[in-house]
Design a protein around this ligand. Sequence first.
Ligand SMILES: [Zn+2]
Length: 398
Amino acid sequence: MSVLHYWNYPTEIFCGPDALAVLAQRCNLLEMRKPMLVTDPGMLALEPLALLKAHLIEADIPFAVFSDIHSNPTLEDVARGVSAFQAGGHDSLIALGGGSAMDAAKGISLAAVDRHGLERFEWSQVIERYPSLADFPRLELPKLIALPTTAGTGSELGREAVLTLSEHNIKQVISHPELLPATVILDPILTRELPPALTAATGMDALTHHIEAFCSPLYHPMSAGVAVEGVRLIQQHLAAACADGQDMVAREGMLVASAMAAVAFQKGLGGVHALAHPLGARYHRHHGLLNAILLPYVMVANRAVISDDIARLARYLELPQADFDGFLRWILQLRRQLGIPHSLGEIGLEADAAPWVGEQAVADISSSDTNARPLSADEYSQIFRNAVHGELALVLDA
Ligand SMILES: [Zn+2]
């Protein structure tokens, strides 16, 4: 093989009901003497924060909570977090929440050490400057422990932070290897209060990560293998986690699948995310919900190049019809079961934006280059129109 491939795998993970119990011990081992706990304001009255605080108090670990962040964390949120981090004499961070808390904590970690880092490590700069993880300068960032309370973004296993430039409403992706948490704790008890609609949307985000990664043309067989088992875990657990939030086996299965997706999508994402990113920024709809609606339309657009791979996946899932149509039928059934609409029109989006959406999707560097086949702006516009009107090219009677 003449092409040099670059692969890496993530960090230490503790997983299981009450995995939270290892938190204090890991803080001590990592010499985290006074962590700042970053979470979103919605978490302040909820069980996960109370549980986490109780563990730290019992272990005599001094800490403070910082929750002054937006649901799409901004550079101002990060600056306020850095001030709180320094004023409180903190040496480390604990992130508790979904993607927002993780991203804010990562931003604070980097900006606390290197105020210029947020620009220097912006994604489009990083690819040329630092082609592999070892090329990045060592920064000795504050240690971070991550505890997700949703099963969808996989941000706990990522080396990136997505931050918003609030004056332009533009999202920036900041990347540095030391942003990867030192320890990840996947405790299903922390996700049991998540309502069914959010469980469904975040879970469908994880499913989209696995399917887009699996279909990406990038050569990364390890990540492809992770994606295959990740889809199976979601097949087994997503509907159950939505039906009964207290089902710890299903909740744990979804946390594992979501974290695995962050490993899978090192292989790349695709057209679903290329469309969902600009739509999310413009219409402020939930990322996972947009993905869930868009997924079948993009799969049909990619059909000619993915149908053999999807048929193999369908066989692994032991679907009654183990081919592309059978797989698509399974996705549509799952969406219906979870109460997810079939079209973007049903959540208020209109087709007039199609030309703009097409241009934005083609320019989305995080995903359009790794879609299963190259799609033009016109093709993206057409997929968007189909998704607005609910027009799938296949007629399925399931
Ligand atoms: Zn996503």
